[in-house]
Design a protein around this ligand. Structure first.
Ligand code: PGA
Length: 249
């Protein structure tokens, strides 16, 4: 059974000072959690200062995005190598907000995953259907397309480094969580698809985490499902009290 992974996605929130103070507090709780991997994805500006505070702690850092090129004339972008240099071990890739507001496609996401893995970062690959997709009963079709294109041409060993985050778009920041049963049904489908693509061992080993209005109140029900291996938490990760409860579910 894969070790559960609880990740905080801070999106465009927190100054350096706020992030460092959060890190100083969260590491006290996090250092006692041995049975889960805890990851925080702050904005780029807070990565390096947080890495200083979290050095030798059990809390890992993630970026929220990266560029697919190794380096070059890409004004405003940040490379995988820079992220590793700043203390990152993970990178969120293909979040639905990036797909919706910044034109990310399955093909650019694929290139970012390849670059992340080449630099030793663990990609947290986000997929999810919209409400319209779900109403039209296209959920499995959409997810299967996102996975097949996003992981296109990756070797099985590379797929094994990925964490898949199932985040139904209709559940993000809306207070509407998928029920534990709805999420489990989708996670089971994703696992089977990974097993068909990359073999049974990879299918069983890849962590598939859930995101979308996760709170201290619903985390235990979600984590009780056999195919849910963790959570990607937005709003409820911004306050130390609620994130600490989720980490300790
Ligand atoms: P939420 O965000 O927990 O605020 O719904 C989750 C995410 O977007 O990763």
């Amino acid at each position: 059974m894969a070790k559960p992974l609880i990740a905080a996605n801070w999106k465009m929130h927190k100054t350096v000072d706020e992030a460092v103070r959060f890190a100083q507090t969260v590491k006290i709780t996090g250092d006692n959690i041995l049975d889960k991997d805890i990851v925080i994805a702050p904005p780029f500006t807070a990565l390096y200062p947080m890495a200083g505070v979290l050095k030798n702690s059990r809390i890992h850092l993630s970026a929220q995005n990266l560029h697919w090129a190794e380096k070059g004339a890409y004004t405003g972008e940040v490379s995988a190598q820079m992220l590793v240099d700043a203390g990152c071990e993970y990178a969120i890739i293909g979040h639905s907000e990036r797909r919706a507001f910044f034109g990310e496609t399955d093909s650019t996401i694929n290139k970012k995953i390849v670059r992340a893995i080449a630099n030793g970062l663990n990609p947290v690959v986000c997929i999810g259907e919209t409400l319209e997709d779900r109403d039209q009963e296209r959920t499995f079709e959409v997810l299967s397309h996102q996975i097949t294109k996003g992981l296109n041409n990756l070797a099985s060993d590379d797929i094994r480094c990925c964490i898949i985050a199932y985040e139904p778009v209709w559940a993000i920041g809306t207070g509407k969580t998928a029920t534990a049963q709805q999420a489990e049904e989708v996670h089971r489908f994703i696992r089977q698809l990974l097993a068909d693509t990359a073999g049974e061992t990879v299918g069983n080993g890849v962590r598939i985490i859930y995101g979308g209005s996760v709170t201290p109140d619903n985390i235990s029900g979600l984590m009780a499902q056999p195919n849910i291996n963790g959570a990607l938490v937005g709003g409820a990760s911004l306050e130390i009290e609620s994130f600490a409860k989720i980490m300790q579910y």
